[in-house]
Design a protein around this ligand. Structure first.
Ligand SMILES: [Zn+2]
Length: 341
């Protein structure tokens, strides 16, 4: 039957609802039922909607927390920023000052776990070669090209390996570590009669720490400008800080560092410090001076605020931060640098 022919059926919608208007009894009953059904469905939809949003927010927050945790962990390990286990804290009355406004706890300096990552080694500051912790840099377990018999501190080795992996992803395959740890004898041999401005006297080379590596492009030799102007040289200078490595002797810094521009010499200091030095164009001498002068600086990195504080040893004691994670390195000049968060 053609619905247009039936006056009870709404020609526009063809619906039975329209039809019901013809009958006052059904009109009073059916729309109410229809309305009730809509509102129940609406409630269910709203409930499902908000449940979905709730579940979504829960997983979002959980994900953010997990990401934050995961992103902190490797950095903390790589930078040596670990939670030192110094046992129970003393009573409140023994609390001192770690840095202005930050409570501390006294501790004998020989009980401090010194990473040595911020030692200053230059013409004025000598160091004894430290071969205690060295590990071979050789492949195949890490993607670093070098010669047999090359050694680095394990943390520096990991940083160099990570940087090499990234450099390969960036398309650079020719990087090569030409020098890592050097003992006193090798430095003496290299130094010779002291004619080479790039070679520091024995006892004054960062290579004694196992934290420094000379990285060159395999087929370019030791040409300063060739290396500096190569795509690899630019990439290393721009990105090494991401791995906790600094370009130790940048162009124009010779009056401060005492060493001419070396586009190949990278020194591990940890990611937080490397980031700050890179961003503020500071060499290690300037950075350590800044911390010594200010007493404490704040560095915001990876969503965490780090308090980088300087202390001199007093009566054989340092003041560790109360209830915070921290790492410590002697600066090989005046005292100790804490990294607390
Ligand atoms: Zn070097």
């Amino acid at each position: 039957m053609n619905s247009r022919m039936d006056p009870r059926i709404n020609p526009r919608t063809n619906s039975r609802r329209a039809n019901s208007r013809a009958n006052p009894r059904t009109y009073s009953r059916r729309p109410r039922r229809v309305r009730r059904r809509y509102s129940r469905t609406g409630l269910i939809i709203i409930a499902v909607f908000f449940t979905a949003i709730g579940v979504g927010i829960f997983f979002m927050i959980a994900n953010i927390i997990t990401m934050a945790f995961n992103s902190n962990s490797p950095e903390v390990v790589e930078a040596g920023l670990f939670d030192n286990d110094y046992g129970d804290y003393p009573p409140e009355e023994e609390i001192t000052e770690f840095a202005p406004g930050i409570p501390g706890v006294p501790m004998r300096v020989e009980d401090i776990n010194d990473t040595g990552y911020l030692v200053l080694v230059n013409r004025q500051h000598a160091i004894s070669p430290n071969s205690n912790l060295l590990v071979p840099l050789s492949p195949p377990e890490i993607p670093v090209r070098t010669i047999v018999g090359m050694y680095l501190h394990p943390t520096a080795r990991q940083a160099v390996a990570d940087m090499f992996s990234s450099s390969r992803r960036a398309g650079f395959d020719g990087l090569f570590v030409t020098s890592g740890y050097r003992g006193y004898a090798l430095q003496t041999e290299l130094y010779g009669d002291g004619d080479d401005a790039y070679v520091l006297p024995p006892g004054h080379s960062e290579h004694h720490t196992g934290l420094a590596a000379d990285i060159l492009v395999l087929d370019m030799g030791m040409g300063v400008e060739i290396m500096a102007n190569s795509p690899e040289g630019h990439w290393l200078a721009d990105n090494s800080y991401r791995y906790g490595l600094i370009l130790r002797y940048p162009r124009g810094s010779e009056p401060i560092t005492g060493v001419p521009f070396e586009p190949w010499h990278f020194r591990y200091v940890g990611r937080v410090h490397a980031y700050y030095m890179h961003r503020n164009n500071l060499v290690l001498e300037e950075y350590i001076q800044l911390i010594q002068d200010r007493g404490v600086i704040n560095i915001r990195h990876g969503g965490i605020t780090y308090y980088v504080a300087f202390q001199e040893v007093q009566d054989g004691m340092l003041h560790i931060p109360y209830g915070m994670n921290f790492a410590v390195s002697n600066d090989n000049s005046r005292g100790y640098i804490f990294t607390a968060w």
